[in-house]
Write a protein that binds this ligand. Structure first.
Ligand SMILES: [Zn+2]
Ligand SMILES: [Zn+2]
Length: 559
């Protein structure tokens, strides 16, 4: 990558070609800024992986230039990587009050981390973060309160990062997007916009969050039974509307599920959630209220296996047992990939006598992202010279590019890029100038990035055909096998019914080991590969399966 000092470079390290692990880098001269640091949940073939974070080797290379990480809102795909990367980077973090509150709660789970250097910002505040970068913000409407877009003033030209947004004309907290600020920006001139592509394939406008409030109120008014309401823990405005309906229709509320208890607590402490005195009850009080006087707010709208709603649906929850006539509202649409899990939970709930209300039959959820008409409006307000569609899989980026062309942004000024692409902007022109390292780092438990392709392949094989361990004891003095081969299997065959097969396998292995001469027998590598080949061939011929074969050789001394 050649460095042109008069240029502004924009480099996505994640969040393009995918929905998740958002991270965008701006570099001008000897100064760098990072916008968001999100994680992504693993795909189906990443067995045992907890989360996926962006590869930050590029940031580590230029660590001394980084002036800060700016977080736009408290969703995992924007803040979730911080606990994994911040101790290595050691740079200050900027965010609004709720975003930082949620981040601190996350950091508490990673006790070993030092205190974060946090700077709280508001939507109406300018921050001179370094000699060349000055930040300004604008409030956005999204499925979590206190979300902002970022305006980055710099010597080359204004950059606007919309982050996740929709235009809600009647938001629950009454705080609409600052249209005037956006229009003023557009009039002054925006060089580059990075804009949310999530719903670029949906025509029209995304409905207001208040629309869901009407449905919630209808359900609370008409239902004579218990109401169990499942949504995302961070959807504070949705939770507020449930609390409001419960208050109006005189129901008590029990909040169930660790993540939602946390977010309700943080949001109410910080003033984002208004909870009337005495409305919340403890789980052990549930039995004291008649069904028409009770509502439960919980997590599990995605059918996540460990979530409260999933456990409730199979009668495995400590406090909540479905009773005939319960109304369960699933107030979310399944994230692609989760459809089966959600369907299973819904089936189980029906089976236990609950009535389940969910999309698309009922208006119990709206998206937090802009539809086509809102994207047009954003682009018409900002009038950017260059557009980088972000926050979308490739098709979403393409759809936003088409929308942008409709409102007059020339195709040549739209960048459809992958993680690691270096885009360079000067006052006169723009170009793609190579790539930097970018990709995914897999996190499994405490290990960050130690699980690679090979480990994943092994996990896949283990999950498909199991494992066969072959144990041998060799005496180097006698130059002979003194015990084994013993065969131990897991997830391969049912041993009690396969004694005969294993006996024949032992004999086959022994025969092939006896063919080895003394030098070969004392060379572990040769013995191991012989065992692997012979056992692999034998079991494939006999069963059609390819378990992982793990030879274990021990040496014993006859003295
Ligand atoms: Zn978001
Ligand atoms: Zn997002």
């Amino acid at each position: 990558m050649s460095v042109n000092s008069d240029c502004l470079q924009v480099i996505p390290l994640g969040g393009v070609g995918e929905i998740g692990k958002n991270m965008f880098v701006l570099k001008y001269g000897q100064e760098m800024l990072v916008l968001d640091a999100g994680l992504k949940f693993p795909e189906e073939d990443m067995l045992g992986i907890d989360v996926v974070i962006p590869d930050i080797s590029f940031l580590l290379e230029y660590r001394s230039l980084i002036k800060g990480i700016i977080l736009t809102h408290g969703h995992e795909d924007h803040i979730g990587a911080i606990p994994y990367i911040i101790s290595e980077l050691n740079v200050p973090v900027y965010g609004t009050r709720l975003t930082l509150g949620l981040l601190r709660a996350k950091m508490d789970e990673f006790e070993q981390l030092r205190q974060l250097e946090c700077h709280e910002i508001t939507a109406d505040q300018r921050v001179k973060i370094s000699p060349s970068f000055e930040l300004d913000f604008f409030r956005t409407n999204h499925s979590i309160p206190d979300s902002v877009g970022v305006i980055i003033y710099n010597p080359v030209g204004t950059v606007v990062y919309t982050s996740d947004y929709k235009f809600d004309q009647t938001p629950v907290d009454g705080k609409i997007t600052d249209f005037y600020k956006l229009a003023k920006l557009g009039r002054k001139g925006v060089l580059v916009a990075l804009s949310d592509s999530t719903n670029s394939d949906r025509p029209g406008f995304t409905p207001s969050e208040k629309e869901v409030g009407k449905t919630i109120d209808d359900i609370f008014r008409l239902s004579q039974n218990r109401i169990i309401f499942a949504t995302f823990a961070s959807n504070i405005h949705r939770i507020q509307q449930v609390i409001d309906a419960a208050y109006l229709h005189r129901r008590k509320i029990c909040v169930v599920g660790r993540s939602i208890i946390n977010s309700v607590q943080i949001a109410s402490e910080l003033g984002y959630l208004k909870i009337p005195e005495g409305i919340i009850i403890d789980p052990d009080q549930i039995g004291q209220y008649p069904p028409q006087k009770l509502a439960v707010i919980t997590t599990g709208s995605q059918g996540e296996p460990m979530s409260a709603l999933t456990r409730i649906s199979v009668s495995e929850h400590r406090w909540v047992e479905i009773i005939e006539g319960d109304t369960v509202i699933i107030s979310a649409s399944p994230i692609p990939g989760n459809e089966k899990l959600v369907a299973r939970t819904v089936n189980n709930l029906f089976q236990r006598g609950a009535d389940v209300i969910s999309q698309p039959l009922f208006e119990v959820h709206v998206s937090g992202h802009a539809g086509e008409e809102e994207i047009k409006m954003m682009l018409n307000l900002l009038r950017p010279t260059y557009l980088i569609p972000v926050h979308g899989e490739y098709r979403h980026q393409v759809y936003q590019a088409r929308i942008a062309e409709k409102v007059g942004i020339p195709r040549n000024n739209i960048f459809l890029v992958e993680p690691g692409t270096v885009m360079e902007f000067s006052r006169e022109q723009s170009r793609i100038n190579g790539t930097v390292a970018a990709g995914k780092v897999l996190v499994d438990g405490l290990g960050i990035g130690d699980v690679g392709r090979v480990v994943l392949r092994d996990r896949r094989l283990l999950s498909e055909d199991g494992i066969v361990v072959v144990v041998l004891v060799i005496d180097p003095q006698q130059k002979a096998i003194v015990a084994g081969p013993e065969i131990i299997t897991r997830g391969f065959i049912y041993v009690r019914e396969s004694e005969h097969l294993l006996e024949r396998a032992r004999n086959t292995l022994l025969e092939c080991l006896l063919e080895l001469n003394v030098e070969q027998l004392l060379d572990w590598n040769i013995v191991k590969s012989r065992v692997r080949d012979a056992a692999g061939t034998f079991f494939y011929d006999q069963t059609g399966r390819r378990p992982i074969i793990l030879p274990v050789i021990m040496e014993t001394s006859s003295k």
